[in-house]
Design a protein around this ligand. Structure first.
Ligand code: ASP
Length: 377
């Protein structure tokens, strides 16, 4: 990633000062010069990465940052961070206790990407393993493949010694599922189209009533990091859309959508409506925007604009004709510049936020929204 500075700053910082032609007047309004900025360690994630500790001393971003600074492999550090959320029964959008699908079964998706090794791995619709991110990493390291799904992913995990559990529901996630069932299936199933629409409506109602955190209806963690050498990695892990049709896979395990890393340029990942992201392969688009020299914020806002323009189906639009869903990207450049960008500044009454950890410590910050606050409808 590069940094634009004026010629005056270029000279003042002494960077390659000898390269400046003697004939160039030092204080003229000269065009920008692009110089590489030294990388600095940074970890960025969705806001839940600075919320849950699973009874331990640190949040995800703190844990990952500390490990990166200690010299641990960046991907190992990030995965140790997201494991905190995967194992936390109170985080009901990720791993153990994630909200189940329409059949009451917790199915998990995850992907990871190692920038320097230029390798990636993923699992989708995986049942019975609390830490799908570790299985995604095993796919990356131990197979010639990228993505294992369903029973195949589970038997791969079993063969590697991962504990397979019958049920990853907690009392809490099961109770919410039963409530959703009660609302959507009063007289047994309606026709499938009606039923899917009713299911989605009931889920949103439960968000509006405060039974489910909006972030958990979609709930995921994406976490990306860079070390002082500029090595970039990323991981995304999720229980996906709450009450989804069994077998539905969102953007999280799909490279270019829920996650993309290019070690020369930067990393991006997402949370929110996976289908809208998949249609636009937006994490890839964002990384390509970084390659063109855009700041992470501009790179992300450009992708959100594309997604907005490609959202034309009436059922996905609100009364103002804008996308009727939340979607957020977490973006990190090779030099450690970062941004959280979101379709809305606030969605379902909640501010769009992201988490970051630098040498200043962990922070939860406001995302840059393409649109203002989503209208309550
Ligand atoms: N993007 C995830 C999915 O579509 C869900 C989320 O991030 O909330 O499965």
């Amino acid at each position: 990633m590069s940094n634009r500075v004026t010629r005056r700053e270029f000279v003042a910082t002494g960077v390659a000062a000898g390269m400046v032609a003697a004939a160039t007047p030092l204080f003229s309004e000269a065009p920008s010069v692009v110089v590489p900025k030294a990388p600095r360690p940074v970890v960025i994630s969705s806001a839940n990465g600075n919320r849950y500790k699973n009874g331990g001393p640190r949040t995800c971003v703190e844990e990952a940052f500390e490990r990166i600074v200690r010299g641990e492999d960046v991907l190992d550090a990030l995965i140790a961070g997201v494991n905190i959320l995967e194992l936390d029964p109170e985080e009901d959008g990720v791993g153990f206790g994630g909200l189940p699908n329409a059949d009451g079964v917790v199915q998990l998706d995850s992907s990871c990407m190692h920038g320097p090794k230029r390798r990636a791995g993923a699992v989708a619709a995986l049942e019975g393993v609390r830490t799908p991110s570790l299985v995604a990493k095993a796919v990356m390291e131990l197979t010639d493949h990228h993505l294992l799904v369903g029973e195949g992913a589970q038997s791969f995990a079993r063969n590697l010694g991962f504990k397979i559990e019958d049920d990853l529901n907690t009392e809490h996630s099961r109770k919410l599922w039963l409530e959703w069932k009660r609302r959507t299936d009063p007289k047994h199933y309606l026709d499938p189209v009606e039923r899917a629409a009713a299911g989605y409506r009931a889920g949103l109602e439960m968000v509006a009533e405060g039974l489910i955190d909006a972030q958990h209806f979609w709930g995921t963690i994406n976490c990306d990091g860079v070390n002082a050498k500029g090595d970039l990695c990323g991981v995304t892990t999720t229980s996906g859309l709450a009450w989804k049709i069994a077998g539905r896979v969102g953007d999280s395990p799909i490279l270019g959508a829920g996650l993309y890393v290019d070690n020369d340029v930067g990393a991006a990942g997402s949370t929110g409506r996976g289908e809208a992201n998949l249609y636009n392969v937006a994490s890839y688009l964002i990384v390509e925007n970084l390659r063109r020299g855009l700041h992470p914020k501009d790179a992300g806002i450009d992708a959100l604009r594309r997604i907005k323009a490609n959202t034309v189906e009436k059922r996905l639009l609100n009364s103002r004709g804008n996308p009727d869903f939340g979607l957020t990207f977490y973006i990190l450049s090779k030099s450690g510049e970062y941004a959280g960008v979101s379709m809305y500044n606030a969605y379902e009454g909640k501010l769009a936020q992201f988490a970051v950890c630098t040498d200043k410590g962990p922070e939860t910050l406001q995302c840059e929204g393409l649109l203002g606050e989503a209208p309550a409808e």
